[in-house]
Design a binder for this molecule. Structure first.
Ligand SMILES: *Cc1c(COP(=O)(O)O)cnc(C)c1O
Length: 437
């Protein structure tokens, strides 16, 4: 079987393959730039592992309290080195990105403090953490108030608004690097550095935390190298490299990390406890693979943006735009478009390719969400996945792919499903048309 027949046997028509490969051919320079960053970040990770003398003894399992877990403590040193931070908390006991963000916030905020978001509404699940949407156990219930400054209409920070919002109760600023479920640009590390410098000029002791989800290793520097006191993320996204089966990280200033650790375990215990249960090797090896995995995901995102922009759909980031995270949003204009796209991603998966994704009311989200993921790790969005809330503008958020080849297959399959559903047409191969609702 030759390669084209292989694609056909998986359900990709010759027409879709030809259309996709013409676009792929035009992206070679973009792909080379992605590979160069991956090379730099690979060296950065290896250097951090060498500096901290990682050895196979660190892969041993601990149980119970997990006192003196050398592997866990060294992994945290490795993360601190990679992020050029003083300290890190990297734990399987941080069960998700939301949990890690909750721990970083609630560990560092006290009753009477105010939290500021300079990028408008934060990621959906944080609304309940903060108490923007009423929720038992929210920061609001503990007397922490919240204020947000919306982005300007061009997607940039409203510096004047931020200056007005900072008051003597403002203790922390939470900056979200990635767009999440919003159609706005993702911030570069440099832009994040600018808003932090601006806010700290007004209030030098302001704790600046960056929600770094989906941003790790996309650039050659991380927010902690641009003034952030903490950066927080999930290990089933970029830095777990697809191998971490669970976990989150918080890196940054030692006092901030210590306070987060007292919240995670208990006052007085902090980082001293928490068995690694045999997961250390996956966490080390996943971090080691992460730069190349992120590169594959980025190629997929660039490929998808170019395909769907050419077909007339609105895409963020745009086909030629610089990347600061691995997420690609595509506005498909209808619930059917979102469903067809997600069904294509699912049909291309190595796991659960035979199931059909349907929208459901997920905890933490305010509209039904459809999710496509045929993942080895449940919900891992560094693996090829797509999701979208079923609400206007009917945008799908696509991310991941442990390899570029899988990402390519998934995107071609999504296009195939849109064509099959009559939501889009490729006329004569060179005059693509898409039907807008
Ligand atoms: C994924 C994500 C989160 C939450 O992470 P979970 O692991 O899904 O809880 C928070 N913020 C942003 C920007 C994200 O992309």
């Amino acid at each position: 079987m030759d390669r084209n027949t292989m694609y056909a046997s998986l359900g990709i028509s010759p027409q879709v393959l030809k259309f996709g490969e013409e676009i792929e051919g035009s992206l070679q320079e973009r792909f080379r730039a992605i590979d160069e960053r991956a090379e730099y970040n690979q060296l950065k990770v290896i250097r951090a592992m060498q500096k901290n003398r990682v050895s196979d003894i660190h892969f041993a399992a601990t149980t119970g309290y997990g006192y003196n877990d050398l592997g866990r403590d060294t992994l945290e040193e490795v993360y601190a080195s990679v992020f050029e931070a003083e300290s890190a908390l990297v734990r399987p006991q941080l069960i998700s990105g939301t949990h890690a963000l909750h721990i970083a916030l609630s560990g560092n905020l006290r009753p009477g403090d105010e939290l500021l978001s300079p990028n408008g509404k934060p990621y959906d699940t944080l609304e309940e953490v903060i108490g923007i949407r009423q929720s038992p156990g929210s920061l609001k219930e503990y007397g922490v108030t919240y204020r947000q400054v919306d982005l300007l209409s061009d997607g940039s920070f409203d510096f004047e608004g931020i200056a007005r919002a900072i008051n003597d109760r403002t203790k922390m600023m939470t900056i979200q690097r990635s767009k999440g479920y919003a159609v706005r640009p993702t911030f570069s590390v440099e832009q994040i550095g600018q808003v932090i410098a601006f806010a700290k000029k007004i209030k030098p002791d302001l704790i600046c935390m960056v929600d770094n989800c989906y941003g790790e290793f996309v650039e050659t520097i991380e927010p902690t190298q641009a003034g952030a006191d903490m950066a927080v993320g999930s290990l089933i996204k970029n830095p777990g490299g697809g191998l971490a089966p669970i976990g989150g990280y918080i890196v940054g200033r030692k006092d901030c990390i210590d306070r987060a650790s007292f919240r995670l375990s208990a006052p007085g215990l902090g980082k001293e406890v928490g068995a690694s249960l045999g997961l250390n090797q996956c966490l080390y090896q996943g971090l080691f693979l992460s730069p190349t995995v992120v590169a594959g995901a980025l190629k997929g995102a660039v490929f998808a943006a170019n395909i769907y922009e050419k077909l007339g759909f609105s895409v963020v980031p745009g086909a030629d735009e610089e990347r600061h995270d691995i997420i690609q949003s595509i506005t498909l204009n209808s619930p059917e478009g979102v469903a067809a796209f997600c069904q294509g991603i699912q049909a291309a998966a190595p796991v659960d390719s035979f199931v059909t994704p349907e929208p459901w009311d997920m905890p933490g989200y305010d509209a039904p969400v459809i999710m496509a993921a045929g993942a080895f790790v449940q919900g891992a969005s560094i693996e090829l996945s797509a999701d979208g809330p079923i609400k206007p503008p009917y945008a799908v958020y696509f991310q991941g792919g442990l390899t570029w080849y899988h990402a390519k297959l998934g995107i071609l399959m999504s296009l195939q499903k849109l064509l099959d559903a009559g939501l889009c047409a490729l006329k004569g191969g060179d005059k693509p048309l898409c039907r807008r609702q």
